[in-house]
Write a protein that binds this ligand. Structure first.
Ligand SMILES: [Zn+2]
Length: 72
């Protein structure tokens, strides 16, 4: 039985940060260092860009009250 060597570089695959050969254990990166750099970059961008997707949806009750108003 052959066990894969996780330190073996993948053929024709390079780290997106430094273009070194990708290592299976840290793919698509070449090392933990590059993986950490990318993660940190991603997290800081998440922090910097304000997200509008967490805003609450419009209240359906308000819309319903406006359109289905009954007149006595
Ligand atoms: Zn790298």
């Amino acid at each position: 039985m052959i066990y894969p060597d996780l330190s073996e570089p993948l053929p024709r695959s390079t780290c997106p940060l430094c273009q070194k050969p990708t290592v299976v254990a840290f793919r698509p990166f070449c090392s933990r260092r590059c993986a950490d750099i990318d993660l940190g970059r991603w997290l800081s961008e998440e922090y910097r860009i304000p997200s509008t997707e967490n805003l609450p949806p419009p209240l359906e009750d308000d819309i319903k009250n406006n359109t289905e108003q009954e007149y006595d």
